[in-house]
Write a protein that binds this ligand. Structure first.
Ligand SMILES: [Fe+2]
Length: 386
């Protein structure tokens, strides 16, 4: 707590969690007196029948809604424009974001457009929104983003390949529903990548210069839950308990980094997603161990705590040895859930590193990384991550 002496905690999202919790959505909508919703989701969830299950709940309860189901991974600006066009045409007055971070983030951006007369692109950046978005209920179906409780949305400008963030408390979702029945049996590549994204959120938030006693508690709890449950959730199509705990871990990590923001890993992974389409969680998981090793000397006590939270036997070790064990523990977890070894293996080209590094340096996350970091450091970290 030396970086900032005064801190706030703000998290207004109503959360409903449990198996079958989507059955509560019609009541939440009726409580608000809302008319017609736009459900924002992706084709994969439609094909898997998961979107249909959620939509059946709404239809059976006579809750009118329209569906936009063309959200892409690393969603382009055009997804927001298309979905907003439907929102206006169908005279919707609230939003449901159903899926991974991409669907929830597109829903947030549609909300920004609706709250500002359509001109949402001028509001890309931190703190530029002026008006609260319409009622937004998020239903995360992966273990990843925590977007259901965060004031951030990330969308990609296809002209520059830059992943742009909108950050404002005005875009915080009003409600979130965590239903393990929708997420149990996620395909391994999605479970592994999104679970490692949540772990990255928790670790980056925990060690960030902006951490507070509240965010640290949330982040450590998320790290512990992920260490205890990600393997089991990823390894089985039937482990509802581990799945539910992973959904909660992702949300709790989201609550932590909503307060602190993140660090070098996210600064570096966003350009990798923007330029090469690498799934966000995969890029994070690969870069995470390299950035942790870089950061150890700035905050050895905290990394020793990360090792302890991940169940590493650290008794008898020096603080630095325990801190090093955290890197090894994260590496092994990534290996177990199918994370590739390096960025070269997922299509990133060595010659792009200078461009990636320049984009990474535009992120405010570099400034709150525990070890100070310049352009040369980022270039070296990319090289080590290849
Ligand atoms: Fe992330």
């Amino acid at each position: 707590m030396s970086y900032q002496q005064i801190f706030e905690y703000f998290s207004p999202t109503r959360l409903i969690s449990g198996r079958g919790a989507i059955a509560k959505i019609p009541d939440v909508i009726r409580d608000q007196g809302l008319r017609r919703g736009l459900v924002v989701t992706d084709p994969g969830l439609v094909a898997a029948g998961i979107a249909g299950r959620a939509l059946d709940v709404l239809r059976e309860a006579d809750v009118p809604c329209t569906v936009y189901d063309r959200v892409e991974a690393n969603p382009p600006f055009a997804n927001v424009d298309e979905a907003y066009g439907i929102y206006v045409k169908e005279r919707c007055d609230y939003l449901i974001g159903l899926g991974g971070g991409s669907s929830m983030d597109v829903a947030k951006c549609v909300g920004v457009a609706a709250a500002h007369g359509g001109g949402w692109r001028d509001l890309v950046g931190i703190g530029k929104c002026r008006n609260r978005i319409p009622f937004l209920l998020c239903v995360p179906t992966t273990y990843g983003t925590g977007s259901e409780v965060t004031p951030f949305a990330v969308v990609t400008d296809l002209e520059t390949r830059f992943k742009a963030s909108i950050g404002s408390p005005l875009i915080l979702p009003h409600a979130g529903v965590l239903d393990a029945d929708l997420s149990v049996g996620l395909p391994l590549p999605i479970a592994g990548a999104t679970g490692m994204d949540a772990l990255t959120h928790a670790i980056e938030s925990y060690v960030a210069l902006t951490a507070s006693p509240i965010s640290e508690g949330l982040a450590l709890h998320a790290i512990r839950l992920i260490g205890e449950n990600l393997r089991q959730a990823a390894a089985s199509d039937h482990n509802h308990e581990a799945t539910e705990r992973m959904l909660i871990a992702s949300t709790v990590a989201g609550m932590a980094f909503s307060q602190t923001r993140l660090g070098n890993v996210h600064a570096m992974s966003h350009p990798v997603g923007g330029h090469f389409g690498v799934p966000h969680g995969v890029a994070n998981a690969i870069i995470l161990t390299r950035v942790m090793a870089y950061n150890l000397m700035a905050s050895p006590q905290k990394f020793a705590e990360v090792a302890r939270a991940l169940g590493e036997p650290v008794e008898g070790l020096t603080t630095m040895e325990a801190a090093e064990a955290s890197v090894e523990a994260v590496y092994r977890l990534g290996q177990d859930v199918g994370i590739p070894d390096g960025l070269a293996g997922v299509g990133v080209k060595q010659e792009a590193i200078p461009t990636l590094a320049e984009d990474a340096m535009k992120s405010g996350n570099v400034l709150i990384n525990p070890r100070k970091t310049g352009l040369r450091d980022i270039i070296r970290l990319y090289e080590e991550s290849m």
